[in-house]
Design a protein around this ligand. Sequence first.
Ligand SMILES: [Cu+2]
Length: 122
Amino acid sequence: MEQASLAKFRVALLICLVIFSETIDAATYTVGGSDGWTFNMTTWPQGKRFRAGDTLLLKYDPTIHNVVVVNRRGYERCITPVDAKVYKTGKDEVKLRKGLNLFICNVAGHCESGMKIAIEAV
Ligand SMILES: [Cu+2]
């Protein structure tokens, strides 16, 4: 292989490795402690660093709770935005987007009791 095409090949290989390593780096985090997605969650997960593409696994009793994707106003005031995505299987996997990812449980009183999380993904 001549020098120039060898260099191109190396660059291409490097790009593939970077893409591949980012893919395998994506992690799954189970939300909460042994009780899973529940009340008083606002300090979870203290000190953990999340990346866009990581997955949150929210485990809970679907007859009692749900998971609603909200905006900042929804998070602060416990309001469900129109057309909000609602998860309700009791074992939901949510992929994090870059920036702030906000979730509440919109069962009456639950968000107000701290059943909400704010996750910053870089
Ligand atoms: Cu709830």
